[in-house]
Design a protein around this ligand. Structure first.
Ligand code: FE2
Ligand code: FE2
Length: 210
């Protein structure tokens, strides 16, 4: 059994479980029928991802709960600090979906064929989630007063939060690094982050582009 891979799949599975819980809560608190429907669809997809990764862990002969356990604290802490104002929340949503996409794309290159085929179906859903999160954020940036400055600040906070939550060896990022090719991984994350900020009109450090 590839224990490092089991650890990474444990981190990803727990991340999907958190994404499911968040989308479910968003659906419950949605103010109109259209957003309720949208969040319900996302929740159903995140649940499918979660169950799929759990099944992959089981197929490798490992115990999913055990594989997920080391990452609970870091991921709970990360999501527990999610901001409450609309602009920061939209930034967290957008960049969070994006980081997940980058990690999955990188992961699919280093796993077995069955797991890669499953990850492809997950990426197809996540690309949609990222696009929806981007259009939410763009709409806010165009309408809310002072939104760009707040978004820039939220971008930096989000990065710090991510680094802070993953600062222990048990952090999800550390598991990915142990899987090998850390330079490729870091390159993909940095490039993805810069690309996403550009897509919403912010510079690499979250500074507004003039
Ligand atoms: Fe997902
Ligand atoms: Fe997602």
């Amino acid at each position: 059994m590839n224990t490092t891979l089991v650890q990474v799949l444990g981190a990803v599975a727990y991340g999907e479980r958190k994404a499911y819980e968040i989308a479910k809560a968003d659906a419950e608190s949605a103010e109109d029928e259209e957003s309720r429907r949208r969040f319900r669809k996302v929740a159903a997809e995140e649940l499918r991802h979660y169950k799929g990764f759990v099944a992959r862990i089981e197929a490798m002969g490992a115990d999913p709960e055990r594989a997920m356990r080391p990452y609970r604290t870091a991921l709970d802490r990360y999501h527990g600090r999610a901001p409450s104002d609309a602009v920061s929340e939209a930034v967290f949503g957008y960049l969070g979906e994006g980081v997940a996409d980058d990690l999955l794309r990188w992961l699919r290159q280093v796993v077995d064929a069955d797991t890669a085929a499953f990850i492809d179906t997950v990426i197809a859903d996540e690309v949609e989630h990222e696009a929806a999160a981007a259009s939410d954020l763009r709409a806010l940036l165009d309408t809310a007063p002072g939104a760009r400055v707040r978004a820039a600040r939220a971008t930096r906070r989000m990065l710090l939060n991510m680094l802070w939550s993953g600062r222990t060896n048990a952090g999800p990022m550390a598991a990915f690094v142990r899987l090998g090719r850390p330079r490729d991984l870091l390159g993909a994350l940095v490039a993805g982050h810069a690309r996403r900020l550009r897509a919403i009109g912010l510079g690499p450090l979250g500074l507004p582009v003039l």
